[in-house]
Design a protein around this ligand. Structure first.
Ligand code: SF4
Length: 299
């Protein structure tokens, strides 16, 4: 009961501070005085779901209702169209002309609005980069043609090959589909990042030295989940840092907030991870592992 009251009080205070323009004023000042640069990558999660359930993905163990419900079923939700446009417009007004992706822990090609958003991003002079598991493209030749060139750089996950010959055959297949978009291929089975929430997090050996590494992600990434909540980094899909909601506050207010700048500057130093519970168990930055030759933690 006390916790609920505390939560309610916190939310009420935040809404009041938003209403009176407190965060707006702080951001206005810090943008000009802190020397904290604008993000390098903007990711807008246009919808929540993915058609796969990979063991290396942080969605795997989620039962929070963000990606999967308590029974493990997919949550299907979309960011409202006007919010997507508004976020792109805000970034553009801030002078951002860098990289945008339209996913977080989701497969953006499942969203039929993708092409219209892609065209809008291009018209604005921004750079559209994307990651995909490729499954929708395999069934939709027309979509490949529509997005070839509209997406500047596409990273395709190769998840199903069993040997080098099959891997090369997949690469050749995709090179035949896209002529203007630059392609890259991710091979998480061989080069896997250890991520919290993933099945493999508990199954592989982790290097404790990774916990002392600086983490540059919060200095570089502005990540907006489909419900507007802002993540600190690609490991923070649950938005543990409570940075704010982009449907309630502007991107400028959230990015140039005292809280965000403090966290980002702490984490850019070695040892900073130990200051935050989520970061103190994060092995992002450790050398990638080969799942094909995995050993158990007891080995
Ligand atoms: S160390 Fe913290 S900020 Fe960096 S990736 Fe891990 S959870 Fe995110």
């Amino acid at each position: 009961m006390l916790n609920i009251l505390k939560q309610y009080g916190k939310r009420f205070t935040r809404k009041l501070l938003i209403y009176i323009g407190y965060y707006k004023a702080i951001a206005f000042i810090l943008k000009r005085t802190s020397g904290f640069p604008i993000w390098e990558n903007l990711e807008i999660d246009i919808q929540s779901s993915c058609n796969r359930d990979c063991e290396f993905c942080p969605r795997y163990h989620d039962r929070s209702g963000v990606r999967k419900d308590a029974e493990g079923k997919q949550v299907i939700a979309k960011m409202p169209t006007e919010k997507v446009y508004d976020l792109i417009d805000q970034a553009h007004r801030l002078g951002f002309r860098g990289k945008i992706k339209l996913h977080r822990l989701s497969e953006s090609m499942l969203d039929k609005r993708y092409v219209e958003f892609a065209k809008y991003i291009k018209e604005k002079g921004l750079r559209l980069l994307e990651n995909t598991n490729g499954d929708v493209f395999k069934k939709n030749e027309a979509l490949c043609e529509q997005l070839d060139g509209l997406i500047e750089h596409l990273t395709i996950g190769l998840y199903d090959y069993h040997n080098e010959a099959e891997k090369q055959a997949e690469i050749a297949y995709w090179q035949g589909k896209f002529k203007k978009t630059q392609l890259a291929f991710s091979t998480p089975t061989e080069n896997c990042t250890i991520r919290q929430g993933a099945k493999i997090y508990f199954e592989v050996k982790k290097n404790p030295a990774a916990l002392d590494l600086p983490c540059p992600q919060p200095m570089k990434m502005m990540l907006v989940r489909y419900d507007g909540e802002v993540s600190l980094c690609c490991e923070d899909d649950q938005c543990h840092f409570d940075l704010g909601n982009a449907f309630e506050q502007s991107l400028q207010e959230i990015w140039w907030s005292r809280k965000h700048i403090h966290i980002a500057r702490t984490l850019e130093k070695s040892g900073g991870r130990h200051q935050f519970p989520r970061c103190s168990t994060c092995y992002n930055g450790q050398e990638k592992i080969n799942l094909l030759s995995r050993t158990s933690p007891e080995d």
